[in-house]
Design a protein around this ligand. Structure first.
Ligand SMILES: Nc1ncnc2c1ncn2[C@@H]1O[C@H](COP(=O)(O)OP(=O)(O)O)[C@@H](O)[C@H]1O
Ligand SMILES: [Mg+2]
Length: 365
C-alpha cells in the first residue's frame, strides 16, 4: 500500500462574506499526488492556493468534493490525525520554547518516550544543520534558522504528507534560494509526498515534479515544469510562467504526429511549421507563443536561421549576463533576451529576427 498518495476529487470551497456574497475560493479542483512527489500549487495572490492546502490539512472543509489519503476519504479526520507536517510563511514556532522543544512538540503529542524524542530531535537537528543551537529560542535565531526549525518540526513526526505555504517568502533572496535547495534535498532523501504553495514561478520551476497552475479558484494546467513552460495550456499560463510574446497568426494546415500536433502557420507572409495545441483547425486564427530567449536577432539576415523577419529596436537594456530588447515587428511588439551581451544593438536600428520553431507553440484562440 503506497503511503502519501493524495487525491482531490472535484473539491470546491465557497465562503459567504459578511455581506452575504459567495466567494468560490476553489472551484472543482481535481488533482492526484503520487507517493514521494513534490507538487507545487502556483498562481497569483487570491487564486485559492492556501484554501486548497488548508482543506488538505483539515483546517477547512470542502463545500463539495472529496479528499482521499491513500484511498481513504479524510473528511471526518481532524488535522492532528492526518499525519501531515506543515510549514508556514510565518514559521509559527512556539516563542517560549527552545529549538529542541519546538521540534519535540509533535513527538510528545505522539506519546513517544524521552529517549526516543531525544534520538529523533538529534537526527532532525543534524538533518537541517541546526546542531548546537538546541537551547536557543526562536527570537535568538535568524529567519532562515527559524524556518529550518519549522521544517525539522514538520518532518520529525514522520508525516505521510508535507505541506508548505509560501515558506520562503519572508526570507531575503539569497537565503531563499539556499533553503529551497535544502527543502528539495530533504524531501527527496525522505521521499515524503509534498504540496508546496507559492506565487513565485522560479521557486515552482526549480522545486517541483509537478506544477499546478491556479487562477481565480480554478486549475488552469497540471504538468511538469518543462511542459508548463514549453506547452502552456493557455495565455494565462504562458504569461504567468516566465514571459511570453503573443502573435496572432493564421493556421494554414494541421498535422498530427507522435509527439503531438504541429500547425503550419502564416507568419508575416512566411509559412512555418510549429508545435501546436490539440484541437487546432485549419483556416482559423491562433496565437503563436514565443519565449523572449527563443528569439534570435542580428543586423544581418544571413546570421539567422531562415525565415528571418525585419524589425526595429525600440529599447535596449543591458544586464551584463544578457541584453534585453523591445522590438517593433510588423504589427507585433516583441520582447527579446539575447545571451550575447558582447554586442549591443542600438535603439532605433533596423534588425532581423527569427526564432527556434521547436521551442515556440501555437495556442488555440
Ligand atoms: N475565511 C475566508 N472567508 C472569506 N473569504 C476567504 C476566506 N479565506 C479565503 N478567502 C478568499 O478566497 C480566495 C482565495 O484565497 P486564498 O486561498 O488565501 O488565496 P491564495 O493563497 O492563492 O492567495 C480569496 O478571494 C480570499 O479572499
Ligand atoms: Mg496564500
Amino acid at each position: 500500500m503506497p503511503v502519501g498518495t493524495l487525491v482531490l476529487e472535484d473539491v470546491t470551497k465557497s465562503f459567504i462574506t459578511p455581506e452575504k456574497r459567495t466567494i468560490t475560493a476553489v472551484d472543482k479542483a481535481n488533482l492526484r499526488i503520487e507517493q514521494g512527489q513534490f507538487v507545487t500549487l502556483l498562481g497569483p495572490s487570491g487564486c485559492g492556493k492556501t484554501t486548497t492546502l488548508r482543506m488538505i490539512a483539515g483546517f477547512e472543509f470542502p463545500t463539495s468534493g472529496r479528499i482521499l489519503l491513500d484511498g481513504r476519504d479524510i473528511a471526518a479526520m481532524p488535522p492532528n490525525k492526518r499525519e501531515m507536517g506543515m510549514v508556514f510563511q510565518s514559521y509559527a514556532l512556539f516563542p517560549h520554547l527552545n529549538v529542541f522543544d519546538n521540534i519535540a512538540y509533535g513527538l510528545q503529542l505522539q506519546n513517544k518516550s524521552g529517549a526516543e524524542i531525544k534520538r529523533i530531535v538529534g537526527e532532525m537537528t543534524t538533518l537541517v544543520n541546526l546542531s548546537g543551537l538546541e537551547r536557543r529560542r526562536p527570537a535568538e535565531l535568524s529567519g532562515g534558522q527559524q524556518q529550518r526549525v519549522a521544517l525539522a518540526r514538520a518532518i520529525a513526526i514522520h508525516p505521510k504528507v508535507l505541506l508548505f505555504d509560501e515558506p520562503l517568502s519572508n526570507l531575503d533572496a539569497k537565503l531563499r534560494v539556499g533553503l529551497r535547495t535544502e527543502i528539495r534535498r530533504l524531501q527527496k532523501q525522505l521521499g515524503i509526498s509534498s504540496v508546496y504553495v507559492t506565487h513565485d514561478q522560479s521557486e515552482a520551476m526549480s522545486l517541483s515534479d509537478l506544477i499546478v497552475v491556479m487562477n481565480a479558484g480554478r486549475i488552469e494546467q497540471i504538468g511538469k515544469p518543462n511542459e508548463i513552460y514549453l506547452r502552456p495550456a493557455n495565455k494565462f499560463v504562458a504569461d504567468f510562467i516566465g514571459r511570453a510574446n503573443f502573435i496572432s497568426v493564421k493556421v494554414l494546415s494541421v498535422k498530427a504526429g507522435p509527439n503531438g500536433a504541429s500547425a503550419e502557420i502564416d507568419l508575416f507572409g512566411q509559412r512555418m511549421l510549429v508545435p501546436a495545441q490539440a484541437g487546432m483547425q485549419a483556416n482559423h486564427t491562433a496565437t503563436l507563443v514565443i519565449r523572449p530567449e527563443s528569439i534570435f536577432i542580428s543586423p544581418n539576415a544571413a546570421d539567422l536561421p531562415a525565415p528571418a523577419f525585419t524589425a526595429q529596436v525600440r529599447s535596449t537594456t543591458y544586464y551584463g549576463v544578457n541584453v534585453e530588447y523591445d522590438l517593433a515587428a510588423n504589427n507585433a511588439e516583441l520582447n527579446v533576451v539575447d545571451n550575447d551581451s558582447s554586442r549591443i544593438l542600438l535603439e532605433g536600428s533596423n534588425v532581423f529576427w527569427s526564432f527556434a520553431a521547436d521551442r515556440a507553440y501555437v495556442l488555440n484562440e
